[in-house]
Write a protein that binds this ligand. Structure first.
Ligand SMILES: C[S@@+](CC[C@H](N)C(=O)[O-])C[C@H]1O[C@@H](n2cnc3c(N)ncnc32)[C@H](O)[C@@H]1O
Length: 160
């Protein structure tokens, strides 16, 4: 409303009705795509220590493990999950097919997630966190001194 210099909601509604670009701008403003790798450290610590070990417990080597990241924005959360899963597999020294499905209503965010091109500073944060594996395109590889294991992320537009 400030950009259009209107102070009445009715006037702004008219602009919205007549301007598809404004609808698109408002839609993206409301979505708030803020994200980063391991954004909520406490939550990721709990996932790493309490949830992920249970995901693999009792599963035969070779079985499929699937995880869903809803509202994934540009993919950092999905890749963070994939890193933890790949690291866990490397520790277990067992092969599993690990797939992280990630969805978002914002198609532009999904396109960026698929491209998985992130600022060098964001990727540098990963090494500071102690991430030893590699991270390229949709595939994430975790490693210990003797083992490597990978997890793959799949991104789709979807509304919850
Ligand atoms: C604040 S970001 C959070 C990203 C990531 N989950 C994280 O915590 O780092 C919220 C995301 O949810 C998405 N979103 C909001 N409403 C949605 C809906 N109804 N269906 C699917 N995605 C939605 C937005 O597009 C945005 O990318």
């Amino acid at each position: 409303m400030a950009v259009h210099q209107v102070d009445e909601i009715g006037a702004y509604l008219k602009i919205l009705e007549q301007t598809p670009v404004e609808q698109e701008v408002l839609f993206h403003d409301l979505l708030i795509g803020v994200t980063r790798f391991f954004r909520d450290p406490e939550a990721f610590k709990a996932l790493e220590e309490q949830v992920i070990p249970k995901l693999f417990a009792g599963r035969h080597a070779g079985s499929v493990v699937r995880v869903w990241s809803p509202g994934c924005s540009t993919g950092e959360e999905a890749y963070s999950l994939a890193m933890l899963l790949a690291e866990r597999m490397a520790v277990l020294k067992q092969g599993y097919t690990v797939q992280v499905f990630a969805t978002d209503i914002d198609r532009r965010a999904i396109a960026l997630a698929r491209a998985s091109v992130y600022p060098a500073s964001a990727v540098a944060d990963l090494s500071r966190r102690g991430w030893r594996g590699s991270f390229q395109s949709s595939r994430v590889v975790g490693s210990t001194a003797s083992t490597r294991a990978s997890a793959t992320c799949w991104f789709f537009p979807s509304r919850i």
